[in-house]
Design a protein around this ligand. Structure first.
Ligand SMILES: *Cc1c(COP(=O)(O)O)cnc(C)c1O
Length: 217
């Protein structure tokens, strides 16, 4: 099947309120262009430098999503074009994003990445920190916090994955009462997006199910 067919097969079965992000990390510009030509506009990358190179090479109406871990010293390279930063995992990063967004004269939309997985390797802040940041959001005049992002443990245990996604959705709904601007719950990847959607996801980030396996060698 072509990339566009892979994409369509997933996209057509999603509830209409769920946004599909095509995760193109490690994949060539030509593959992104192919999907673009089929009408796809939301792409996700996890390395800032790689995303910048692809931004330069591709049509400028693509909506770029930074889904990976963000280093403060690299925010400046993507500040002028990134649509949504999913991986905001500490308050020092908000300071830097706010500063760079101000320079660009834009309001930067971000998600707070909350740690739900049991693995140590998964990034993310704890819920208490997310609450603190939301309660002090007025200090970040050039940032709009529009939701939460989370990654489940990499495991075969679907009940554990479900429990982790459900706990994030629970926190999301509770925070929404005080912060109605929280609209996006970014959770779910190729292996677990069906569960994520059942547990309240509004945005899924799918790579290998669209583009095929990644080759890191
Ligand atoms: C790579 C990546 C994805 C997509 O992973 P697949 O399993 O290929 O769908 C989603 N989210 C994040 C944060 C990623 O780094």
């Amino acid at each position: 099947m072509s990339l566009a067919e892979n994409y369509k097969k997933i996209h057509d079965k999603l509830p209409k309120e769920v946004t599909l992000i095509a995760v193109s990390k490690t994949k060539p510009v030509a593959a992104i262009q192919e999907l673009y030509n089929a009408g796809v506009r939301d792409f996700g990358e996890n390395k800032i430098q790689e995303m910048c190179e692809k931004y330069e090479a591709l049509p400028k109406d693509i909506r770029w999503h930074m889904i990976g871990h963000v280093q403060s010293n690299k925010v400046k390279y993507m500040a002028h074009f990134v649509t949504l930063i999913h991986g905001v995992d500490k308050s020092s990063l908000l300071k830097e994003i706010n500063k760079r967004a101000k320079t660009e004269n834009k309001i930067q939309q971000i998600l707070l990445q909350v740690k739900i997985a049991k693995e140590d390797s998964k990034q993310g802040m704890d819920l208490a920190t997310a609450k603190e940041i939301l309660n002090s959001k007025q200090q970040y005049k050039n940032i709009q916090i529009v939701g939460l992002m989370g990654m489940a443990t990499l495991t075969e245990d679907t009940e554990q994955i479900r429990t982790e996604f459900a706990s994030l959705n629970h926190a999301f709904l509770a925070l929404q009462k005080e912060h109605p601007e929280l609209k996006i719950l970014s959770m779910g990847m190729s292996g677990d997006y069906h569960i994520a959607i059942q547990e309240g996801s509004t945005m899924v980030r799918i790579g290998s199910k669209i583009f095929g396996k990644r080759n890191y060698s």
